[in-house]
Design a protein around this ligand. Structure first.
Ligand SMILES: [Fe+2]
Ligand SMILES: [Fe+2]
Length: 334
């Protein structure tokens, strides 16, 4: 939509009832058009997007922590500069996504409050610790790699602001994935101890990365509706399979093995078969019993409290210069 008049939104003509609006919404989704903030949309569509975008935004900013853990100990200036840029990118991804969520009528303060009080989730993967420098490589290669596999189709998501945010996020994620791969390659070709460190990191991050695609299709309660609305384009299992197929040859060229004895090419399916995933672990971590859940949320809350003066100062500055005070005092930015 290009107009700024609220009544000009799709299906919101003077005589359009809910049925007509819903039909216009369904037709737009069916025609692969984008739904924009001023367009009429079903309440459940809006709620699904808020939940998904918020969870995505939270994952970006919580995801800064495990890697930031290694900034001060990066083995060279080059590695430190790359890692700082990468962690900073994740903060930027959080910002794009909170902004996209705000177009749906929720405030950033409200979303952050839900994160801090455990009422909204972030990706479980960030509740695992980063024990060695090689974990930075494994996260880039596998965690950012899984994120890209998930997010590339979101560039075609039916909700315009989310789809557009994803275009830039995906470009940056592909840099993250490559830096992780390159880091692991250097370790894999290094001393035997470095090679072993890289292998150990891949052993620990492989299965949690597969879990990032969410529960199997037959247990995924939101999947079918999200696909009908074209928020999601592929099922969890489809994306997981795509990720495995991409990773196997990459692991070979890295000279590392993936920790799954059942991993083999299936000629008939044209895909790699892989072993069963331990979903009990996934559910435990989701329930808050992962190795770092408390630490991650605790640090996030502290960062938020300690940053209160920055938000207040920004809001005061904006007021003084006649701008929008933004979300600094708890209101949604325009
Ligand atoms: Fe990101
Ligand atoms: Fe990333």
């Amino acid at each position: 939509m290009t107009t700024l008049l609220p009544e000009a939104g799709r299906g919101e003509g003077p005589e359009a009832g809910d049925g007509a609006r819903e039909a216009a919404f369904d037709a737009a989704v069916a025609a692969d058009e984008r739904i924009e903030p001023r367009d009429w949309m079903p309440d459940a569509y809006r709620a699904t997007l808020v939940r998904q975008i918020a969870q995505h935004a939270h994952s970006e900013i919580i995801g800064m922590q495990p890697e930031a853990n290694w900034i001060t100990r990066a083995p060279s200036l080059r590695r430190k500069a790359i890692l700082m840029a990468k962690v900073q990118d994740e903060a930027g991804h959080g910002l794009y996504l909170y902004s996209a969520a705000e177009t749906l009528g929720v405030g950033r303060d409200e979303l952050l409050d839900k994160l801090h009080t455990g009422r909204q989730k972030y990706s479980s993967i960030f509740n695992y610790p980063t024990l060695t420098w090689a974990d930075v490589g494994a996260i880039g290669w596998l965690v950012d790699g899984a994120a890209i596999t998930n997010q590339v189709p979101l560039c075609r998501c039916s909700y315009g602001p989310y789809a557009r945010a994803m275009v830039r996020v995906c470009k940056e994620e592909s840099f993250h994935q490559r830096q992780g791969y390159e880091l692991l390659l250097a370790l894999s070709r290094g001393t035997p101890a470095q090679h072993a460190m890289a292998q150990d990191a891949v052993d620990r991050w492989w299965w949690p990365s597969l879990m990032m695609f969410g529960p199997p299709d037959d247990e995924s309660k939101h999947s079918a509706q999200s696909m009908a609305w074209k928020i999601k384009r592929h099922s969890n299992d489809e994306l997981r399979q795509r990720f495995v197929d991409i990773c196997v040859p990459q692991a070979e060229s890295l000279g590392l093995t993936l920790p799954d004895p059942e991993l083999r090419w299936n000629e008939e399916r044209g895909h790699y078969d892989f072993g069963p995933i331990d979903w009990s672990e996934f559910h435990e971590v989701l329930r808050g019993n992962g190795p770092c859940n408390e630490q991650r949320l605790g640090r996030r809350r502290r960062a938020h409290e300690e940053g209160a003066w920055v938000r207040e100062a920004a809001a005061a500055y904006a007021r003084k210069h006649g701008g929008d005070p933004g979300d600094g005092d708890g209101k949604a930015a325009a």
